[in-house]
Design a protein around this ligand. Structure first.
Ligand SMILES: [Zn+2]
Length: 309
């Protein structure tokens, strides 16, 4: 029996497979990423707590030969076990290794892959309708978000994706849909760009704000930041039905139909929803980086085709 194995037995440590399963679940509840175990003390203790490890088990040390300098190195048996479990998950392509993740997040972390995301959601019995909205990221999704957020702003932007309907049938659209939602709401700091509402669910798992298409999905509008804007549900609805639009300078322009609306409509207690839109004269809230502002071509299309002048 190897030295490491006999140590694991001596200290009655949990099996690698059980640790791997717990690690997968922990990744899910940590939005898809955990730090390397040497530095990520929070997670290291959290998983140890799940197994009810005692102080001895947590502190047990392994002596290994550090080959480069031919000297003995001490490492924690528990860290080693966590590493073995993570390595196993990485071999199964359920997570990515820190040296792979760093290329897309600039941080040395273990990260779920799409397959790992689905597997951990299953282990945690998360219903599939909830999976769509959770703030949990995975490698392929982060790669897509980077692509959206780092592409140079096009001058002659075409807000239509002509391949959209065709793609729908063949390609799994979940990364595209999620990638659009994540990149829009993150760029707008989880805030409605019209009223500034920022609200999370009590369990912090779901933001109220929505990623709205300017040229709608049904009109084959593209899933990128130049065709997207973050809106609360009420301002999303009002934008989609044409109560208001945006000018090229990102100011609100309201429909003249507002004058004809019955007084009792659009009231939230003493607050008049439509009246408040009319009173907005300033520029809406936009992403920090102006490269990511909605594109004029998308806005112009909305003004011409959706807005009720
Ligand atoms: Zn709003």
């Amino acid at each position: 029996m190897s030295y490491e194995r006999s140590m694991l037995q001596e200290f009655k440590m949990p099996s690698r497979d059980k640790v791997a399963e717990e690690l997968l679940k922990t990744l899910f509840t940590h939005n898809g990423v955990v730090k390397e175990f040497g530095t990520g003390q929070g997670v290291v203790n959290e998983i140890a707590d799940k197994f009810g490890l005692n102080a001895e088990q947590r502190k047990a040390e392994l002596l290994t030969v550090y080959r480069k300098e031919n000297r003995l190195k001490k490492s924690l048996l528990w860290h080693r076990l966590l590493f073995r479990a993570a390595n196993f998950l990485a071999n199964e392509r359920l997570i990515t290794r820190p040296n792979e993740t760093i290329k897309i997040t600039n941080k040395k972390e273990w990260m779920l892959t799409e397959e790992g995301f689905n597997k951990s959601a299953k282990l945690l019995k998360i219903p599939s309708y909830q999976k769509e909205y959770l703030p949990v990221k995975f490698f392929e999704l982060q790669k897509y978000i980077n692509k959206i957020c780092l592409s140079p702003r096009p001058k002659n932007y075409n807000p239509f994706d002509d391949t959209k309907i065709k793609q729908e049938r063949v390609v799994n659209t979940s990364i595209r849909k999620k990638g659009f939602r994540f990149s829009v709401i993150e760029s707008y700091n989880y805030t409605c760009s019209v009223c500034g509402l920022k609200l999370n669910s009590p369990n912090n798992l779901r933001w109220e704000v929505q990623a709205a298409h300017i040229v709608p999905h049904k009109a084959k509008g593209k899933d990128d930041l130049w065709n997207g804007i973050a809106l609360c549900s009420l301002h999303h609805w009002a934008f989609d039905v044409g109560w208001y639009t945006l000018t090229d300078k990102y100011k609100i322009q309201v429909s003249s139909k507002i004058k004809t609306v019955r007084k009792e409509y659009g009231r939230l207690d003493n607050f008049s929803f439509l009246e408040s839109l009319r009173e907005k004269k300033e520029v809406i809230l936009l992403p920090e980086n102006s490269e990511l502002y909605p594109h004029e071509n998308s806005i112009r299309w909305h003004r011409k085709n959706i807005f009720y002048e």
